[in-house]
Design a protein around this ligand. Structure first.
Ligand code: MN
Length: 330
Protein backbone atom coordinates (compact mmCIF):
# COMPACT_ATOMS: atom_id res chain seq x y z
CA UNK A 1 0.00 0.00 0.00
CA UNK A 2 1.16 3.49 -0.88
CA UNK A 3 0.29 6.44 1.35
CA UNK A 4 1.00 10.02 0.30
CA UNK A 5 2.31 11.67 3.45
CA UNK A 6 1.89 15.37 2.87
CA UNK A 7 0.33 16.41 6.15
CA UNK A 8 0.58 15.21 9.71
CA UNK A 9 -2.88 13.65 9.65
CA UNK A 10 -1.52 10.98 7.32
CA UNK A 11 1.14 9.84 9.77
CA UNK A 12 -1.49 8.20 11.98
CA UNK A 13 -3.01 6.42 9.02
CA UNK A 14 0.42 5.17 7.96
CA UNK A 15 1.20 3.94 11.46
CA UNK A 16 -2.15 2.15 11.82
CA UNK A 17 -1.79 0.47 8.46
CA UNK A 18 1.78 -0.66 9.17
CA UNK A 19 0.79 -2.08 12.56
CA UNK A 20 -2.23 -3.85 11.06
CA UNK A 21 0.09 -5.47 8.48
CA UNK A 22 2.54 -6.47 11.24
CA UNK A 23 -0.30 -8.03 13.24
CA UNK A 24 -1.52 -9.93 10.17
CA UNK A 25 1.99 -11.31 9.77
CA UNK A 26 1.73 -12.40 13.44
CA UNK A 27 4.50 -10.17 14.70
CA UNK A 28 4.80 -10.08 18.47
CA UNK A 29 3.51 -7.06 20.33
CA UNK A 30 6.96 -5.63 20.97
CA UNK A 31 7.86 -5.78 17.30
CA UNK A 32 4.52 -4.21 16.35
CA UNK A 33 5.57 -1.40 18.67
CA UNK A 34 8.88 -1.03 16.85
CA UNK A 35 7.02 -0.93 13.52
CA UNK A 36 4.73 1.78 14.91
CA UNK A 37 7.57 3.98 16.13
CA UNK A 38 9.68 3.61 12.98
CA UNK A 39 6.74 4.26 10.67
CA UNK A 40 5.69 7.33 12.64
CA UNK A 41 9.26 8.62 12.57
CA UNK A 42 9.61 8.09 8.82
CA UNK A 43 6.23 9.71 8.17
CA UNK A 44 6.98 12.66 10.43
CA UNK A 45 10.24 13.27 8.59
CA UNK A 46 8.36 13.32 5.30
CA UNK A 47 5.76 15.79 6.55
CA UNK A 48 8.30 18.13 8.09
CA UNK A 49 11.06 18.15 5.54
CA UNK A 50 10.27 16.45 2.24
CA UNK A 51 8.54 17.18 -1.02
CA UNK A 52 6.12 14.56 -2.38
CA UNK A 53 6.72 12.22 0.52
CA UNK A 54 5.24 8.74 0.32
CA UNK A 55 5.34 5.63 2.42
CA UNK A 56 5.05 2.17 0.93
CA UNK A 57 4.06 -0.54 3.36
CA UNK A 58 4.76 -3.99 1.96
CA UNK A 59 3.98 -7.21 3.83
CA UNK A 60 6.10 -9.99 2.31
CA UNK A 61 5.62 -13.72 2.85
CA UNK A 62 7.96 -16.21 1.25
CA UNK A 63 8.43 -19.87 2.15
CA UNK A 64 6.93 -19.46 5.57
CA UNK A 65 9.09 -16.45 6.37
CA UNK A 66 7.58 -13.03 6.77
CA UNK A 67 8.85 -9.52 6.46
CA UNK A 68 7.26 -6.12 6.74
CA UNK A 69 9.01 -3.61 4.52
CA UNK A 70 8.46 0.11 5.02
CA UNK A 71 9.86 2.35 2.30
CA UNK A 72 9.87 6.13 2.58
CA UNK A 73 10.48 8.02 -0.63
CA UNK A 74 10.49 11.71 -1.47
CA UNK A 75 11.68 14.11 -4.17
CA UNK A 76 13.87 16.23 -2.03
CA UNK A 77 15.65 18.15 -0.74
CA UNK A 78 17.89 15.17 0.13
CA UNK A 79 19.92 14.60 3.27
CA UNK A 80 23.23 16.47 3.01
CA UNK A 81 25.11 14.53 5.67
CA UNK A 82 23.79 10.98 6.03
CA UNK A 83 26.36 9.79 8.55
CA UNK A 84 25.60 12.74 10.80
CA UNK A 85 21.88 12.09 10.52
CA UNK A 86 22.44 8.42 11.34
CA UNK A 87 24.40 9.23 14.46
CA UNK A 88 21.74 11.56 15.72
CA UNK A 89 19.38 9.39 17.72
CA UNK A 90 17.07 12.23 18.64
CA UNK A 91 13.97 13.13 16.71
CA UNK A 92 13.75 16.56 18.26
CA UNK A 93 16.59 18.32 16.45
CA UNK A 94 14.19 19.11 13.64
CA UNK A 95 16.49 18.60 10.70
CA UNK A 96 15.90 16.41 7.67
CA UNK A 97 16.92 12.86 8.53
CA UNK A 98 16.63 13.23 12.25
CA UNK A 99 15.64 10.04 14.01
CA UNK A 100 17.22 7.81 11.37
CA UNK A 101 19.59 6.30 13.91
CA UNK A 102 16.60 5.29 16.02
CA UNK A 103 14.83 3.73 13.05
CA UNK A 104 17.94 1.73 12.15
CA UNK A 105 18.09 0.34 15.66
CA UNK A 106 14.41 -0.65 15.61
CA UNK A 107 14.43 -2.59 12.34
CA UNK A 108 16.31 -5.66 11.10
CA UNK A 109 17.63 -4.23 7.83
CA UNK A 110 18.03 -0.56 7.03
CA UNK A 111 19.20 1.20 3.92
CA UNK A 112 19.24 4.77 2.70
CA UNK A 113 19.80 6.44 -0.66
CA UNK A 114 19.84 10.21 -0.76
CA UNK A 115 21.09 12.52 -3.48
CA UNK A 116 20.51 16.26 -3.64
CA UNK A 117 18.26 17.01 -6.59
CA UNK A 118 16.91 13.46 -6.71
CA UNK A 119 15.56 12.87 -3.22
CA UNK A 120 15.71 10.19 -0.60
CA UNK A 121 14.65 6.54 -0.37
CA UNK A 122 14.79 4.76 2.96
CA UNK A 123 14.11 1.05 3.49
CA UNK A 124 13.32 -0.38 6.91
CA UNK A 125 12.67 -4.15 6.97
CA UNK A 126 11.21 -5.98 9.96
CA UNK A 127 11.64 -9.76 9.93
CA UNK A 128 9.43 -12.12 11.83
CA UNK A 129 11.55 -13.82 14.46
CA UNK A 130 14.63 -11.93 13.32
CA UNK A 131 15.12 -14.14 10.26
CA UNK A 132 15.75 -12.70 6.84
CA UNK A 133 13.04 -14.26 4.63
CA UNK A 134 15.27 -13.83 1.59
CA UNK A 135 18.19 -15.85 2.88
CA UNK A 136 17.04 -19.13 1.32
CA UNK A 137 16.74 -17.62 -2.13
CA UNK A 138 19.73 -16.23 -4.02
CA UNK A 139 17.54 -13.64 -5.73
CA UNK A 140 16.71 -10.26 -4.23
CA UNK A 141 13.45 -8.76 -5.42
CA UNK A 142 11.65 -5.46 -5.10
CA UNK A 143 8.14 -4.69 -6.30
CA UNK A 144 5.74 -1.78 -6.38
CA UNK A 145 2.27 -2.68 -7.61
CA UNK A 146 -0.54 -0.16 -7.28
CA UNK A 147 -4.04 0.11 -8.77
CA UNK A 148 -5.12 3.15 -10.75
CA UNK A 149 -6.61 5.87 -8.51
CA UNK A 150 -10.20 5.03 -7.59
CA UNK A 151 -9.92 1.25 -7.91
CA UNK A 152 -9.73 -1.08 -4.93
CA UNK A 153 -8.13 -3.95 -6.79
CA UNK A 154 -5.19 -3.94 -9.14
CA UNK A 155 -5.55 -5.18 -12.70
CA UNK A 156 -1.84 -5.97 -12.66
CA UNK A 157 -0.65 -9.00 -10.74
CA UNK A 158 2.83 -10.37 -10.21
CA UNK A 159 4.12 -13.64 -8.89
CA UNK A 160 7.34 -15.48 -8.31
CA UNK A 161 8.04 -19.16 -7.97
CA UNK A 162 11.30 -20.41 -6.56
CA UNK A 163 12.72 -23.34 -8.52
CA UNK A 164 15.96 -25.21 -8.11
CA UNK A 165 18.80 -22.87 -9.09
CA UNK A 166 16.62 -19.83 -9.54
CA UNK A 167 13.26 -18.21 -9.89
CA UNK A 168 10.35 -17.85 -12.25
CA UNK A 169 8.81 -14.38 -12.39
CA UNK A 170 5.50 -13.39 -13.91
CA UNK A 171 3.82 -10.06 -14.50
CA UNK A 172 0.27 -10.03 -15.88
CA UNK A 173 -1.68 -6.90 -16.84
CA UNK A 174 -5.38 -7.68 -17.21
CA UNK A 175 -7.09 -5.78 -20.02
CA UNK A 176 -8.41 -2.44 -18.75
CA UNK A 177 -8.62 -2.15 -14.97
CA UNK A 178 -10.90 -3.00 -12.06
CA UNK A 179 -12.31 -6.34 -10.99
CA UNK A 180 -12.39 -8.06 -14.39
CA UNK A 181 -8.81 -7.08 -15.15
CA UNK A 182 -7.85 -8.32 -11.69
CA UNK A 183 -9.58 -11.66 -12.34
CA UNK A 184 -7.73 -12.20 -15.61
CA UNK A 185 -4.37 -11.30 -14.08
CA UNK A 186 -4.99 -13.51 -11.03
CA UNK A 187 -5.85 -16.41 -13.30
CA UNK A 188 -2.44 -15.94 -14.92
CA UNK A 189 -0.54 -15.95 -11.62
CA UNK A 190 -2.48 -19.08 -10.58
CA UNK A 191 -1.00 -20.80 -13.61
CA UNK A 192 2.51 -19.95 -12.45
CA UNK A 193 1.79 -21.39 -9.01
CA UNK A 194 0.41 -24.66 -10.37
CA UNK A 195 2.00 -25.37 -13.72
CA UNK A 196 4.21 -28.40 -14.29
CA UNK A 197 6.18 -26.43 -16.86
CA UNK A 198 9.32 -24.57 -15.94
CA UNK A 199 10.03 -22.88 -19.27
CA UNK A 200 8.69 -19.37 -19.90
CA UNK A 201 7.22 -20.04 -23.36
CA UNK A 202 5.36 -23.13 -22.13
CA UNK A 203 3.99 -21.19 -19.16
CA UNK A 204 2.85 -18.27 -21.32
CA UNK A 205 1.19 -20.77 -23.64
CA UNK A 206 -0.64 -22.35 -20.71
CA UNK A 207 -1.70 -18.88 -19.52
CA UNK A 208 -3.05 -18.14 -23.00
CA UNK A 209 -5.35 -21.17 -22.77
CA UNK A 210 -6.31 -20.60 -19.13
CA UNK A 211 -7.33 -16.99 -19.82
CA UNK A 212 -9.83 -17.81 -22.59
CA UNK A 213 -12.62 -17.60 -19.99
CA UNK A 214 -11.43 -14.12 -18.94
CA UNK A 215 -11.13 -10.79 -20.72
CA UNK A 216 -7.42 -11.48 -21.31
CA UNK A 217 -4.12 -10.02 -20.20
CA UNK A 218 -0.66 -9.02 -21.31
CA UNK A 219 1.72 -11.46 -19.68
CA UNK A 220 5.44 -12.07 -19.49
CA UNK A 221 7.47 -14.74 -17.74
CA UNK A 222 11.16 -14.61 -16.93
CA UNK A 223 13.27 -17.47 -15.66
CA UNK A 224 16.41 -16.57 -13.78
CA UNK A 225 18.79 -19.51 -13.73
CA UNK A 226 21.50 -18.66 -11.23
CA UNK A 227 23.54 -21.78 -11.96
CA UNK A 228 23.59 -21.55 -15.76
CA UNK A 229 23.76 -17.75 -15.44
CA UNK A 230 20.95 -17.40 -17.93
CA UNK A 231 17.82 -15.32 -18.25
CA UNK A 232 15.01 -16.75 -20.37
CA UNK A 233 12.09 -14.49 -21.26
CA UNK A 234 8.77 -14.91 -23.07
CA UNK A 235 5.88 -12.52 -23.35
CA UNK A 236 2.63 -11.72 -25.10
CA UNK A 237 1.50 -8.12 -25.13
CA UNK A 238 2.82 -5.05 -23.48
CA UNK A 239 4.91 -6.13 -20.49
CA UNK A 240 8.36 -4.62 -20.58
CA UNK A 241 11.43 -6.65 -19.70
CA UNK A 242 14.94 -5.25 -19.44
CA UNK A 243 18.38 -6.37 -18.40
CA UNK A 244 20.18 -3.40 -16.90
CA UNK A 245 23.84 -3.24 -16.05
CA UNK A 246 26.12 -0.28 -15.33
CA UNK A 247 26.17 1.74 -18.55
CA UNK A 248 23.76 -0.40 -20.57
CA UNK A 249 20.16 -1.51 -20.82
CA UNK A 250 18.75 -4.21 -23.06
CA UNK A 251 15.06 -4.60 -23.84
CA UNK A 252 13.59 -8.11 -23.91
CA UNK A 253 11.15 -8.79 -26.76
CA UNK A 254 7.50 -9.77 -26.38
CA UNK A 255 5.23 -10.60 -29.30
CA UNK A 256 2.04 -8.65 -29.92
CA UNK A 257 -1.20 -10.07 -28.63
CA UNK A 258 -3.35 -10.62 -25.55
CA UNK A 259 -3.13 -13.85 -23.63
CA UNK A 260 -6.57 -15.48 -23.67
CA UNK A 261 -7.57 -13.79 -26.92
CA UNK A 262 -4.91 -13.92 -29.60
CA UNK A 263 -1.31 -14.92 -29.34
CA UNK A 264 -0.07 -15.74 -32.79
CA UNK A 265 3.46 -16.39 -31.60
CA UNK A 266 4.85 -17.37 -28.24
CA UNK A 267 8.61 -17.46 -28.28
CA UNK A 268 11.30 -17.42 -25.65
CA UNK A 269 14.64 -15.67 -25.77
CA UNK A 270 17.76 -16.45 -23.74
CA UNK A 271 20.39 -14.06 -22.50
CA UNK A 272 23.58 -14.46 -20.52
CA UNK A 273 23.17 -13.21 -16.96
CA UNK A 274 26.08 -11.48 -15.28
CA UNK A 275 26.35 -11.08 -11.56
CA UNK A 276 25.85 -7.31 -11.61
CA UNK A 277 22.85 -7.44 -13.95
CA UNK A 278 19.46 -6.19 -12.89
CA UNK A 279 16.15 -7.49 -14.23
CA UNK A 280 13.50 -4.79 -14.54
CA UNK A 281 10.02 -5.85 -15.61
CA UNK A 282 7.00 -3.56 -15.63
CA UNK A 283 3.49 -3.13 -16.92
CA UNK A 284 2.59 -0.29 -19.27
CA UNK A 285 1.49 1.79 -16.28
CA UNK A 286 5.16 2.73 -16.15
CA UNK A 287 6.58 4.84 -18.97
CA UNK A 288 9.28 3.05 -20.91
CA UNK A 289 11.65 6.02 -21.13
CA UNK A 290 13.28 5.47 -17.73
CA UNK A 291 17.03 5.46 -17.45
CA UNK A 292 19.00 4.18 -14.46
CA UNK A 293 21.89 6.50 -15.37
CA UNK A 294 19.89 9.30 -13.76
CA UNK A 295 20.45 7.80 -10.32
CA UNK A 296 24.13 7.59 -9.39
CA UNK A 297 24.81 4.66 -7.09
CA UNK A 298 21.21 3.40 -7.00
CA UNK A 299 22.12 0.15 -8.80
CA UNK A 300 24.03 -0.88 -5.69
CA UNK A 301 20.97 -0.53 -3.47
CA UNK A 302 18.29 -3.10 -2.66
CA UNK A 303 15.97 -4.00 -5.56
CA UNK A 304 13.01 -2.55 -3.64
CA UNK A 305 14.68 0.89 -3.52
CA UNK A 306 15.16 0.80 -7.29
CA UNK A 307 11.54 -0.25 -7.89
CA UNK A 308 10.32 2.55 -5.61
CA UNK A 309 12.37 5.15 -7.47
CA UNK A 310 11.26 4.03 -10.94
CA UNK A 311 7.65 4.02 -9.74
CA UNK A 312 8.02 7.53 -8.29
CA UNK A 313 9.45 9.03 -11.46
CA UNK A 314 7.86 7.10 -14.32
CA UNK A 315 4.39 5.99 -13.25
CA UNK A 316 1.93 7.27 -15.84
CA UNK A 317 -0.81 7.52 -13.18
CA UNK A 318 -3.51 6.69 -15.72
CA UNK A 319 -3.31 2.94 -15.29
CA UNK A 320 -2.52 0.20 -12.82
CA UNK A 321 1.22 0.01 -12.47
CA UNK A 322 3.64 -2.74 -11.50
CA UNK A 323 7.41 -2.43 -11.35
CA UNK A 324 9.44 -5.54 -10.52
CA UNK A 325 13.20 -5.50 -9.98
CA UNK A 326 15.39 -8.55 -9.35
CA UNK A 327 19.07 -9.00 -8.60
CA UNK A 328 21.03 -12.16 -8.02
CA UNK A 329 23.30 -11.99 -5.02
CA UNK A 330 26.21 -14.29 -4.44
MN1 MN B 1 -1.93 -1.54 -18.17
Amino acid sequence: MLIEVSESSRTGEARRHAVACAQQLRFKEEQCGAVAIATTELATNLVKHAQNGRLMIQPISQHGHSCLRVIAIDSGPGIPDISRAMNDGHSTTGSMGSGLGAIRRLCDAFEIYSVTGIGTVIRADFWLGGTDPARHIPVEIGVVSEPIAGEEVCGDQWAIRVISNGMLIMIADGLGHGILANEAAQEATQVLAQTRYLEPASIVNEVHHALKKTRGAAVAVAKLDCQKKLLVFAGVGNISGNIVSPGSSRGLPSHNGTAGQHASRIQEFSYPWRSDDLLVMHSDGLASRWDMERYPGLLNKHASMIAAMLHRDFSRRRDDVTVFVAKVFS
